[in-house]
Write a protein that binds this ligand. Structure first.
Ligand SMILES: [Zn+2]
Length: 491
């Protein structure tokens, strides 16, 4: 009883390049067995070594998935059987155009070209692609290096920061000799050295509500390597408005997460997942909480991988799925992120139709932004002093003139081991709600932390408890080490 088996494009070369093959059999099991006897090269693509149908191969009989009935599903003459391996599926390539490869490029990318899923066609899409990286910090570093090596034709980089000595532990695109250099310059030099074919476009500016749409509009996809909520929401909103896929990644301590946001391709956006940011201070930044350097490489490369899949339109993108990595357990877990029909941005009746003030939206004011640790659109140095702030110079003067005040250090005990301003009272922020009564109400309190973020929250808390003479040291102990006492290490 002959039936017609449709062979997927990716497997046709193992079946004499035929789109359909006539095969005899009374059940799916018999049909596939006879098919792979006729075309032996097909066998390893359909069956694993233990003789079971591979789990990424789906078999349909007249459009019905036989997964539930199994291999013994009966078939009759004239039935149409389709083999659909998931690897040949995927989405439409984000990059529709192709740019011809030179002979030098054919040699350079030969390990890509012999992958059937990439091939010359995929590599030409990669060459035609214009990718915008937001940030060249922990995530941006591996992203920029691998995407450059992979042959992405145009890479833009938005980054206004300069290389800091404390970046080198994880931002591997920057070398020791680059400290003090603009990050876009340092990154651009390495990228051009890896691949001179690259068209590198540095954007040495902060991304803001005013320039975001203009910055992003000429690119095909955006990769978010930022470290703060205002930029994350800004990038998300701008990408949704411009219909650009947004490859998301985030890292903290020993954990990382990645996903792909693209409502125009049927997936959710960042706001479907988190409509609003957490209040400032609830989620500490990497500058406050630390991050294991290698996590940046792991998550950044997952983002690079997703970007390439989107460019060539192969595989199953991390759309509607959140991948969470835990380095301590060495585990990857996946969570669903459903598209929210009521999402204020990508839902049926959106209420956000233009870019907003993201600092205000995230509840961030002066002195709360956490310094210049990466790709922040908030730069405390330029924000100046808030009404509750004093500078480290003022603090020095107060000490030198022996004014009567209590210096309170609200950092964690691990940080006291690194550096300390002599004479300070150590009271870690998490213990403040239980222990604040230890602090005198009649004396002036000067509160500091590492960079001024946590101490600003401590000042707010103390004022709520009725303390009136309380000030925050802008820039924290790091500013003290930088500008007052160079013997204290900065971290
Ligand atoms: Zn949404």
């Amino acid at each position: 009883m002959p039936v017609i088996v449709t062979i997927p494009t990716a497997l046709r070369r193992f079946a004499n390049n035929q789109a359909t093959v006539e095969v005899v059999g009374g059940t799916i099991s018999e049909v596939l067995s006879n098919l792979t006897t006729q075309h032996t090269e097909l066998r390893p693509h359909l069956y694993s070594s233990d003789g079971r149908l591979r789990n990424f191969v789906r078999v349909y009989v007249n459009d019905e998935d036989i997964r539930l009935q199994g291999d013994n599903t009966p078939v009759k003459q004239g039935d149409e059987i389709a083999i659909v391996p998931s690897i040949a599926g995927g989405i439409d390539p984000v990059i529709k155009s192709r740019t011809k490869l030179t002979n030098e490029e054919i040699k350079r990318y030969s390990r890509h070209l012999i992958l059937p899923e990439v091939g010359v066609e995929g590599q030409e899409r990669i060459k035609a692609a214009k990718v915008l990286l937001i940030g060249s910090g922990g995530l941006g570093s591996p992203l920029a290096l691998y995407l450059t090596a992979a042959g992405v034709g145009t890479i833009g980089m938005v980054e206004f920061d300069t290389v800091d000595f404390s970046n080198l532990q994880r931002q591997i695109i920057h070398f020791t000799g680059d400290v003090g250099k603009p990050k876009v310059k340092s990154a651009g030099e390495k990228m051009k050295a890896i691949n001179p074919n690259l068209n590198f476009i540095p954007h040495e500016i902060k991304i803001t509500s005013e320039n975001a749409l203009d910055l992003i509009k000429d690119y095909d996809l955006v990769i978010d390597g930022t470290d703060n909520f205002p930029t994350r929401y800004l990038v998300n909103d701008a990408c949704v408005m411009l219909k650009k896929p947004n490859v998301y990644g985030s890292i903290f301590r020993f954990e990382g997460m990645a996903s792909v946001f693209a409502p125009h391709l049927g997936g959710p956006c960042y706001r479907c997942w988190y409509p609003e940011p957490p209040p400032p201070g609830l989620v500490p930044s990497c500058a406050e909480g630390g991050v294991l350097g290698v996590i940046c490489g792991i998550i950044g490369n997952i983002q690079a991988n997703e970007a390439i899949k989107l460019i060539i339109g192969k595989g199953k993108p991390l759309m509607g799925r959140l991948l969470r990595f835990d380095a301590m357990d060495m585990s990857f877990r996946e969570y669903k992120i459903p598209k929210d029909p009521n999402c204020p941005l990508c839902g049926k009746t959106p209420t956000i139709t233009k870019l907003i003030d993201y600092l205000e939206f995230c509840g961030i004011g002066r002195g709360e932004a956490g310094g210049s640790s990466g790709d922040s659109i908030v730069d405390q140095k330029e924000e100046g002093l808030g009404p509750d702030d004093i500078s480290v110079e003022t603090l020095k003067k107060m000490r030198d003139t022996k004014q009567d005040f209590v210096l309170v250090d609200v950092r964690n005990p691990d940080e006291f081991e690194i550096s300390v301003i002599e004479g300070s009272v150590k009271l870690p922020l998490p213990e403040l709600p239980q222990r604040f009564r230890e602090l005198p109400k009649d004396k002036e309190l000067i509160v500091h932390c590492k960079m001024g973020g946590r101490s600003a929250r401590a000042v707010n808390f103390l004022k709520q408890q009725g303390y009136t003479k309380v000030k925050n040291v802008a820039g924290g102990i790091n500013a003290w080490a930088q500008r007052i006492d160079p013997n204290i290490p900065q971290y």
